[in-house]
Design a protein around this ligand. Structure first.
Ligand code: PEP
Ligand code: MN
Length: 355
């Protein structure tokens, strides 16, 4: 359940409520306090509480109301927050702010990995010229083999900051370790938690606590259910950062013709279950650049709030994921098609289904 705190509640009233919650939960069950918009809320699993206890809680002077939530994820649920969330990227480090979840789809694009200054700046200029709004680029790369290129680490972060300074594009990059969240947040406008780390709970908590409120794009795990994914998002929100964006990037399947299986049905399904914005990554989902334009169109038609795409000036020489990287010219067509499709469909494609 979620307890909404009265906006005028005094500290003593809050403390009294917290003491009561500690008592009724035997101090065994974690309780999350969070700020959602202007509202202060407390989330907990209320399933084990009897009606009498719930009534006592609801009568506390600090409590405005209680919202019962049946799903195991609470703060991420549409049952808690009916209106879709928007997330602003790039308003603090000098980039042009971009709103995810507004009327227009947001396109993030750039190389899988930051390889060199020249490669990144050439790509960043091309990404901007193609009309995309956010630059992507991995500085810390989670590679399957320890013998593959692992990324330029902090030097890569510095290059991303340089690319932002030149182009005005906010940047997104992956963070792999809890201890690195602060450092990455110093350089990046948005942090990515990759598929392989979707259930790295210490990392999720650190992203909630130490990211200075930078938006977190949480990619779906390689074989994660929707519920596991939403619970991973819940970890970040419960730890203190409500600016979470989900990213569908394909899930494991049996057919090796594509790298993964793009689960586009998750987009309208998530719009029913959660208020969080949803981005699709057709690059990792398909693993083949020739499929990326079509699946980009389909993603926007399914109601995605945006796309993240791998782009390289010379895909065949990319140090990472060249096979799925498109050229800047292809990006330009995707950006204009995405905008046309979104205009054609309007908001309806992104609203939860009503029977
Ligand atoms: C990436 O975005 O380059 C990446 C490694 O993605 P994923 O975590 O989806 O595999
Ligand atoms: Mn990649």
């Amino acid at each position: 359940m979620i307890i909404v705190i009265r906006s005028q509640a005094r500290n003593e009233e809050r403390a009294q409520l917290m003491a009561l919650l500690g008592q009724v939960s035997g101090n065994q069950r974690p309780i999350a306090t969070a700020k959602i918009g202007e509202r202060e809320v407390i989330a907990l699993d209320g399933n084990a509480l009897d009606i009498q206890t719930r009534t006592i809680i609801s009568q506390q002077s600090a409590v405005e109301r209680i919202v019962p939530i049946k799903t195991p994820y609470k703060l991420a649920s549409r049952a808690f927050k009916a209106e879709s969330s928007t997330v602003v990227v790039g308003d603090v480090l000098g980039g042009h702010p971009v709103m995810i979840g507004g009327a227009a789809p947001v396109i993030m694009a750039g190389p899988c990995a930051v390889e060199s200054k020249e490669q990144l700046l050439t790509t960043a200029r091309a990404v901007k010229a193609a009309g995309a709004q956010i630059l992507r680029g991995g500085a810390f790369k989670p590679r399957t083999s320890p013998y593959q290129f692992q990324g330029l680490a902090v030097e890569g972060l510095q290059l991303l900051a340089e690319a932002r300074a030149e182009t005005g594009l906010p940047v997104i990059t992956e963070v792999m370790e809890p201890e690195m969240v602060e450092t990455v947040a110093r350089y990046a406008d948005m942090l990515q938690i990759g598929s392989r780390n979707m259930q790295n709970f210490p990392l999720l908590r650190a992203a909630g606590q130490n990211s200075h409120g930078r938006p977190i794009m949480l990619k779906r795990g390689l074989a994660a259910t929707i519920e596991e994914w939403l619970l991973a998002a819940e970890y970040i929100i419960a730890a203190g950062n409500p600016n979470v964006i989900l990213c569908e990037r394909g899930i494991r399947s049996f057919d090796s013709q594509t790298r993964n299986l793009l689960d586009l049905s998750c987009v309208p399904l998530l719009h029913e279950l959660t208020h969080l914005p949803i981005i699709v990554d057709p690059s990792h989902a398909t693993g083949r650049r020739e499929l990326v334009p079509t699946m980009s169109r389909a993603s926007i038609a399914a109601g995605a709030e945006g796309l993240i795409l791998e782009v390289h000036p010379d895909p065949n020489s990319a140090l990472c994921d060249g096979r799925q990287s498109i050229t800047p010219a292809q990006l330009q067509s995707i950006v204009s098609e995405a905008s046309l499709i979104a205009q054609l469909l309007g908001q309806t494609a992104r609203l939860p289904y009503v029977a």
